[in-house]
Design a protein around this ligand. Structure first.
Ligand SMILES: Cc1cc2nc3c(=O)[nH]c(=O)nc-3n(C[C@H](O)[C@H](O)[C@H](O)COP(=O)(O)OP(=O)(O)OC[C@H]3O[C@@H](n4cnc5c(N)ncnc54)[C@H](O)[C@@H]3O)c2cc1C
Length: 487
C-alpha cells in the first residue's frame, strides 16, 4: 500500500491540466487553494500505511480485498456484507474526527465504485456485455496500485426541467460523441467534483435516470487525470479563499480544513474500450443513480457524525476557556449535540443492518432509513454550527490575527484582553476559536453575528424565565384541575 509520501510523489508524477484563479498550474497540488485537500487525502494513506499513527483508525482504514487477495485501502473496497457497510460508516466518522475536513471525496468514489460494480454485473447478466469483467480488471488495478479515484456524477444539466436529449446544447450532460472500434470519444463536463484534480483516476457515471432517447448519455468510464482533453478548473467558494489570502496560523485547521472541488471538462476525450463500463444501456441508469445515491448518503451522514464530534470537542474547550463549562445551558447544548450525533449514527447503522445484497453480492443500505439519515443530517449540521457559535462566543469571528499578536506591546495588550478563565492559556483560547469558526461553517459574519451579537440566545431565554407569567398560568391550570393553589 502507498504511504502518504508516495501519494504526494505520485501526484507530482502526473501532469493533469488544472486551472486555479485563471492560470494553469503544473504544481497545483501545492497551491494553497488545493493543498489542504491533498493533505487530507495523504492522511487517508498515512493511517492505512502506519498502524502506529492511529491504531483504532488503522483497523478501519485497511481491508482485505476479494480481488487481489491482499490488503487494500477500505475506500477502494467492494462492499460485500453488512459488516463492510458498518466498517465504512465507522471509517468515515473516525477519519473526519481526525481531519476535520473532507478527505478528497473518497466517499463519493466508494459510492460510484460499488454502484457500478453491481450495475455492470446486472447489465452483463441481461445482455451478455463485457462491462463487469472490464470493471473488475480496472478495480483490481486500482486496488493493487492503491490509487485514489474521484467519483464524477454531477453534469452541467442546463435547464433542469429538460432531459439530456432535449437540452439546446447537446453537451450539457456527458455524452458519447463517437463510437470507434477501439473505444469511444466523450464530450461534456462534470461540475463541482470533490477531490477531482488530486485523484489518480476519474470514474464517470450518469447523473440522472435516462430514457430511450438519452442513449448517448448512458455512459460510464474511467479516465486518468492527465489523459489528453481532460481539463480541471478549481472551484472557488469564498470560504476557501482564506487559504490563499490569510496566514496559516489565522485559519482554523489550515492543514486539512477545506472542501476542495473542481469542474472537469471532457474536451473530446478518447476512452479505450477496456475503460468503458456502460455504452448506451440507458435502462441501467436508474439503478445506478439509486445505488450510488444511497451509498453516498450513508458515507456523508457517517462523516458528519465525526464533524459533530469535533464541534462538540471545540465547544467544550471554548466553554472551559470562557469559565462557563459547568453552566446548565452549556451542558444542555453539548448534550443536544451528542444526541444529534448518536441519533444520526444510529440511523446510518440501521440502514446498514437492514441492508440487502444486489445480485452481484454488493450490499446496499436500506433506502428509507439512509435517506432519513441524510435529511436528519441536513438539520443537525446547521444546529451544530449554531450551538458551537453560541457556546464559543463572538471571538469565533473577531479574534486578532497572528500578525497583530506579534506587534510589540499591542500583542501583549491583545493577549491580556483575550484571556479567559485563570489557569487556561490565552493562545489556546485564540487557536480554538479559529478552529471553532472553521468547524461551525458559519464563517460569514452575518450568521455568527446574528447568533451572538445583541447577546447570546441564553440571555434572551433568561428574559422569558424572569418575565413570563408562570404563576398566572399555573393558577389557571390549577383552577381547571380543581386543585387548591398553594403558591
Ligand atoms: C462542495 C460540493 C462538492 C460536491 N462533490 C461532488 C462530487 O464529488 N461528485 C459529484 O458528482 N457531485 C458533487 N457535487 C454535486 C452535488 O451532488 C450537486 O450539487 C447536487 O446533486 C445538486 O446539483 P446542482 O448543484 O446542480 O443543483 P441544481 O440541480 O441546480 O438544484 C437546485 C434546485 O433545483 C431543484 N431542481 C433541480 N432539478 C429539478 C427538477 N427537474 N425538478 C424539480 N426541481 C429541480 C433542486 O431540487 C434544487 O432545489 C458536489 C457539490 C458540492 C456543493
Amino acid at each position: 500500500m502507498m504511504s502518504g509520501k508516495e501519494y504526494l510523489e505520485s501526484l507530482r508524477a502526473m501532469k493533469p491540466s488544472v486551472y486555479i484563479y485563471g492560470k494553469r498550474d503544473p504544481e497545483y497540488y501545492s497551491h494553497p487553494a488545493i493543498a489542504p485537500a491533498v493533505n487530507a487525502v495523504r492522511e487517508t494513506y498515512e493511517v492505512a500505511a502506519d498502524p502506529a499513527l492511529d491504531p483504532e483508525l488503522h483497523v478501519l482504514a485497511v481491508a482485505e480485498s476479494d480481488l487481489t487477495g491482499g490488503k487494500i485501502n477500505r475506500f477502494n473496497k467492494i462492499i460485500q456484507s453488512k459488516e463492510d457497510l458498518a466498517m465504512r460508516m465507522k471509517l468515515q466518522r473516525a477519519m473526519m474526527r481526525r481531519t476535520g475536513g473532507c478527505f478528497g471525496g473518497r466517499c463519493v468514489a466508494g459510492a460510484v465504485i460499488n454502484a457500478l460494480w453491481s450495475v455492470t454485473f446486472d447489465v452483463d447478466a441481461e445482455k451478455g456485455t463485457p462491462y463487469h469483467a472490464r470493471f473488475r480488471a480496472f478495480m483490481k488495478m486500482v486496488q493493487e496500485k492503491d490509487l485514489t479515484v474521484a467519483g464524477n456524477i454531477t453534469d452541467a444539466k442546463g435547464d433542469r426541467s429538460l432531459p439530456p436529449h432535449q437540452q439546446p446544447d447537446p453537451d450539457l450532460f456527458v455524452r458519447i460523441e463517437e463510437i470507434r472500434p477501439d473505444g469511444i470519444v466523450v464530450n461534456g463536463a462534470k461540475l463541482q467534483q470533490s477531490g477531482a484534480p488530486i485523484a489518480h483516476e476519474r470514474l464517470i457515471v450518469p447523473t440522472t435516470a435516462l430514457g430511450p432517447k438519452d442513449e448517448a448519455y448512458a455512459v460510464a468510464f474511467a479516465v486518468p487525470g492527465d489523459a489528453p482533453g481532460v481539463i480541471h478548473v478549481n472551484d472557488t467558494a469564498c470560504a476557501n479563499a482564506k487559504f490563499s489570502m490569510m496566514d496559516a496560523e489565522d485559519i482554523g485547521n489550515a492543514e486539512f480544513g477545506m472542501h476542495q472541488s473542481a469542474h472537469i471538462i471532457f474536451d473530446h476525450v478518447f476512452i479505450p474500450n477496456e475503460r468503458v463500463f456502460l455504452c448506451g444501456e440507458w435502462k441501467a441508469s436508474r439503478d445506478l443513480v439509486h445505488r450510488f445515491s444511497d451509498l453516498q448518503r450513508l458515507a456523508s451522514a457517517s462523516c458528519r457524525c465525526g464533524h459533530i464530534d469535533l464541534c462538540m470537542g471545540a465547544a467544550m474547550a471554548m466553554a472551559d476557556y470562557n469559565g462557563v463549562a459547568g453552566k446548565a445551558h452549556i451542558q444542555e447544548k453539548l448534550v443536544d449535540m451528542s444526541v444529534d450525533a448518536e441519533t444520526l449514527y444510529g440511523m446510518v447503522a440501521g440502514s446498514a443492518y437492514l441492508s440487502s445484497p444486489t445480485p452481484s453480492g454488493m450490499y446496499l443500505p436500506e433506502t428509507l432509513t439512509v435517506n432519513a439519515a441524510k435529511l436528519y443530517m441536513n438539520d443537525a449540521i446547521l444546529k451544530t454550527g449554531q450551538r458551537l457559535a453560541e457556546i464559543g462566543g463572538g471571538i469565533l469571528i473577531t479574534r486578532p490575527t497572528g500578525r497583530d499578536l506579534a506587534v510589540p506591546k499591542i500583542g501583549e495588550l491583545l493577549k491580556k484582553y483575550h484571556q479567559g478563565r485563570a489557569g487556561t492559556d490565552t493562545m489556546d483560547r485564540i487557536k480554538m476559536a479559529r478552529l471553532a469558526e472553521s468547524l461551525s461553517g458559519l464563517s460569514g459574519p452575518t450568521t455568527i453575528l446574528s447568533v451572538i451579537a445583541a447577546g447570546p440566545p441564553a440571555t434572551q431565554r433568561l428574559n422569558f424565565r424572569l418575565l413570563s407569567d408562570f404563576g398566572r398560568n399555573r393558577k389557571a391550570a390549577e383552577r381547571l384541575a380543581g386543585v387548591v393553589s398553594r403558591k
